[in-house]
Design a protein around this ligand. Sequence first.
Ligand code: SF4
Length: 469
Amino acid sequence: MTKASANKATKASPKMRRKAAVRVPKISAPAPKVGFVSLGCPKALVDSERIITQLRSQGYQIAPDYAGADVVVVNTCGFLDSAKKESLDAIGEAMAANGQVIVTGCFGVEEDRIREAHPGVLAVTGPHQYEQVIKAVHGAVPPLHDPYVDLVPPEGLRLTPRHYAYLKISEGCNHRCAFCIIPSLRGDLASRPANHVMTEAERLVKAGVKELLVISQDTSAYGLDLKYAESPWKGQPLKARFLDLCASLGELGAWVRLHYVYPYPHVDDVIPLMAEGKILPYLDIPFQHASPTILKAMRRPAAQEKTAERIRRWRDICPDLAIRSTFIVGFPGETEEDFTFLLQWLKEAKISRAGCFKYEPVEGAAANALDGAIPEELKEERWHRFMAAQKEVSAELLSAKVGREIDVLIDEVDEEGALGRSKWDAPEIDGSVFLNGETGVKPGDIIQAKVLHADDYDVWAERTTQSIQ
Ligand code: SF4
């Protein structure tokens, strides 16, 4: 993980983030209302969904604004200092507008700092402490006993649109990257049994989900802590192992997209599944750098793998493979040579999509003790050079798609046309497919379209068939 998620946090709307996307069934009696603010990465979003699902099952309603809420829960992000500041601001906003505020999430481990800034908060809990959050909500506004309120749909309540969903397969991480404090916040790797993941995935697909986004801190390490234990699924034993889980998810008939994959040798095994169309030809690998010296200083997992060569081999098997990644520039000790190595590697590896972050020290991270801090102006300069190089790679890869017929999953439709994504685009972080004038489709439809034109990050296409999946 996951500077990308820090990026996503900054993309959220400032007021009552994500609230508009929560679908809430009508209930028969007035119920206590909870406001919800969800900051941070997809993993935090899944935590929010679990808390909301539990609250709804107990008869609470989700308030659309602060004024209508009896209590507000703020699920915070504590990954970077900028994310912590955003979390403190969000708590302050909820305190000013409502006054009854419960804080949870990654930044919740810094209770003293939160209470110093906002002494009136009702409770502070850490990440995935669902029960404590629910208890704090009960303390602030007790649940209503009404037999008609238990109307939670079997797939739970989600904060993403109906047609895609994040599927968290494990928590925590066994690595200790120098710039990251996630393991101290979320602990070591703890995988969910394979049949639990599959049950949730199947429910989501039955409820209309067309795309499953597999997330965790370290997706390809899935099952290591469980010693790949088997659990029964559809009458057969299913191993808690990356390849086995990917193969089973690929049988559900939905798009399956893999995020936060480290390039351990066994990742090679899932590439044929992509070539066969069982799972999407997409790997989100947070490389963070390419220079061996910097990767070593960062203490990155799988840093010793010869990744550019491996990527070439993967593309021999699955030519359509898209690779998304995140990178950090200006890490302590990064020389001009390290940086130009990164730029060359980026072009050679043909990284389709990339986020780039200027290194920022995180309180409590081991990297803070490293010498060789890079001046801010130099970080800025490298960031611009990185983005320019990446733009060229992206534009070249997208121009090669012009004239091809592709599958498009529709995300939005209005009177001017539709907006969707190809198999090479994850929601919110990658590019889009614009279908100008296409109004005969709806979100969640999968159609075929011919790519007419491409720019640096997006493509424009027109529908080629009437059939809709
Ligand atoms: S320690 Fe490394 S691998 Fe683990 S969550 Fe942090 S950045 Fe990701």
